[in-house]
Design a protein around this ligand. Structure first.
Ligand code: SAM
Length: 249
């Protein structure tokens, strides 16, 4: 059927593409790609010859209009990002919203996603989770963002994307904003050859990673829900103050 197809592609292992994704990519009129060269490798591997067009952060606006015009004329357009699910910390959301506004059908073609893959193997609670995408790159803003996150209701697992060259600084911030005992999981290179899950208190993972010459690869960082028995630094101070007040009353 004509319409916009948001197609998930692998996050590292080429086997993680669905049969439906391959069929949609093969039969679409065109594929809008975050990076045409990146997607071309995937298309070559599966011998798919559909024409591609670039669709990224810097041309999302004008390109959206162009794609909507083609969709109005009955085209079948697939949208892919470099890896994983389009629209999740990636381009795709804007064209989906514009298509819906124009009365065009939008079809999700589900598949790989780094956040969900990391979450299900993290061992942390999957009952409630909150996805935050990337933290701000600047140190001050990152700490403010983590403080805001620590104020969110307890009982939800936090999922973040982080760059390998910033992971140590971010862990240090988590240790000071939450606590050295805050349970975290680092999911690195998920689905790839060097896949690694590190689980434990943030202070332990920090010292473990600090012994490495460099930290490479793609990372999902997860924080366990803060429970009553695992209070944050601020909460602990106020509990201590309350206890002291009781003892003196
Ligand atoms: N749309 C993608 C998805 O569905 O997961 C995410 C795109 S975002 C620009 C890229 C970030 O996702 C990386 O910096 C990393 O934090 C995370 N990521 C992507 N692939 C990963 C993998 N194989 N292992 C761990 N993290 C990954």
């Amino acid at each position: 059927a004509p319409g916009l197809y948001l197609v998930a592609t692998p996050i590292g292992n080429l086997e993680d593409i669905t049969l439906r994704a391959l069929r949609v990519l093969r039969t679409a009129d065109r594929i809008a790609c975050e990076d045409t060269r990146q997607t071309q490798k995937l298309l070559n591997h599966f011998e798919i010859r559909t024409p591609t067009v670039s669709y990224h952060m810097h041309n999302e606006g004008p390109r959206t209009e162009e794609l909507i015009e083609q969709l109005k004329q009955g085209a079948r357009i697939a949208v892919v990002s470099d890896a994983g699910t389009p629209g999740i910390a990636d381009p795709g959301g804007q064209v989906a919203a514009a298509a819906i506004a124009a009365g065009i059908s939008v079809f999700p073609i589900p598949g790989a996603n780094a956040a969900i893959s990391a979450l299900i193997a993290s061992g942390l609670s999957t009952e409630s989770f909150t996805f935050h995408g990337f933290l701000p790159a600047k140190a001050g803003q990152r700490k403010t963002a983590l403080e805001a996150l620590s104020q969110l209701p307890h009982g939800t697992t936090h999922i973040l994307y982080e760059a390998p060259h910033r992971i140590l600084e971010t862990l240090a911030d988590i240790e000071s904003v939450f606590s050295p005992n805050q349970q975290v999981v680092i999911a690195r290179e998920v689905t790839k050859l060097h896949e690694e899950f590190l689980r434990g208190p943030v202070s332990n993972l920090r010292s473990q990673l600090a012994t490495r010459a460099t930290v490479r690869g793609e990372i999902v960082l997860l924080l366990s829900p803060t429970a009553a028995e695992n209070p944050t630094a601020t909460q602990r101070t106020s509990i201590a103050v309350e206890v002291a007040a009781l003892m003196h009353s």
